[in-house]
Design a protein around this ligand. Structure first.
Ligand code: ADE
Ligand code: ZN
Length: 339
């Protein structure tokens, strides 16, 4: 039998919480800054990496938005997405549901078409050549106004075939889900699925608002939902998937130490928790690194790792048939690796 870590590396899995702009590696950022003649406040790749020390979400976001300034041409968005998909292939990720932040680009004067065409072309190539299926989720930046989110939804309208859902990210505290009720209703009316970051830094009431007012189909992070027993019961009873991001939680001080990570509590309480990398270039690892961190720090068991991998497909936006196909792949993998 392979070691638990090797077993988990090979497990088929889906990633449901990944910001494409957060997969921009320092090497790629540096190369793009030179190729596009964009000045960065860093003079080397090492300096970029050394700047990645955060005490909270906002400190990370300030660096994240500055970093994405190097993304200028359609080719940059293609290269960014393709580099991520190659990492997925190495980690046996079979399906991805990825976020992009259009307002982080359009507010710098980059046309929406440049962003979406580059990303979509890479996702299609990844499906064809790497055999990784995908959904694309357009996130609204919650520190901006709802009117700005409506403008973004309008810009997305010609590309609705390429976009499967909308999300809500950026600075959580002070920007509750209730600020975006109307735009989420409009997105739902257009047939888009809905997800929202909530309960990362924000209180349980933000998770309740996301469920009650935004009618979300999935919850991003959700850690602080654990503070409310009634909310946990509701999430468990309705099998609302939580896209949990362990290394992100550690780097953004949502947990003080990885050994305090609540992933096992979430599973024990019957929550449909999944493991994801969020912004892997900034937080020190891709999806397998997140599983390995849990194995090493909270003694995640083989059964729990299998449950988390199965949850990643059950909690995805794939059709029931597609979900069964991937769940069968997991079962076949377990059979092959049990002796
Ligand atoms: N944007 C990118 N990563 C994020 C996170 N973890 N929380 C909120 N907004 C984000
Ligand atoms: Zn996130």
């Amino acid at each position: 039998m392979p070691s638990l870590i090797d077993f988990v590396r090979g497990l088929p899995k889906a990633e449901l919480h990944l910001h494409l702009e957060g997969s921009l590696e320092p090497e790629q950022m540096f190369a793009m800054s030179e190729r596009n003649r964009i000045k960065l406040p860093y003079s080397s790749v090492d300096e970029i990496r050394n700047a990645y020390n955060f005490n909270n979400l906002q400190e990370f976001l300030d660096i994240y938005y500055a970093g994405m300034s190097v993304l200028q041409q359609e080719e940059d968005f293609y290269d960014l997405t393709m580099a991520y998909l190659k990492r997925c292939k190495a980690d046996n990720v079979r399906h991805v549901e990825v976020f992009f932040d259009p307002q982080g680009h359009t507010e710098r004067g980059i046309p929406f078409s440049v962003v979406i065409n580059g990303i979509n072309r890479a996702l299609e190539d990844g499906k064809k050549h790497l055999n990784i299926s995908y959904k694309l989720i357009m996130s609204f930046l919650r520190h901006l106004s709802e009117a700005d989110a409506f403008e973004t939804l309008k810009q997305a309208t010609p590309y609705l075939e390429l976009i499967h859902g909308v999300g809500l990210d950026s600075s959580e505290l002070g920007h509750p889900p209730s600020k975006f009720v109307n735009v989420f209703k409009a997105a739902g009316d257009m047939g888009l699925l809905r997800v929202a970051h909530a309960g990362e830094e924000g209180p349980p009431s933000y998770v309740e608002e996301a469920l009650d007012l935004l009618d979300i189909d999935r919850l991003d992070h959700g850690n602080r939902a654990l503070e409310s027993d009634s909310l946990v019961t509701r999430l468990a009873n309705n099998q609302i998937a939580l896209t949990v991001c362990p290394l992100s939680n550690l780097k953004l001080c949502v947990v003080n130490d990885m050994s305090d990570h609540p992933i096992q509590t979430m599973l024990e309480k019957g929550l449909l928790a999944t493991v994801n990398s969020d912004d892997p270039s900034y937080f020190g690892g891709y999806i397998n690194d997140n599983y390995v961190a849990l194995i090493e720090s909270v003694d995640l068991t083989r059964e729990q790792a299998i449950q988390l991998a199965k949850n990643s497909f059950s909690g995805s936006f794939l059709s029931p048939q597609e979900k069964s196909k991937y769940l069968d792949e997991i079962d076949a993998y377990i059979t092959q690796n049990t002796h």
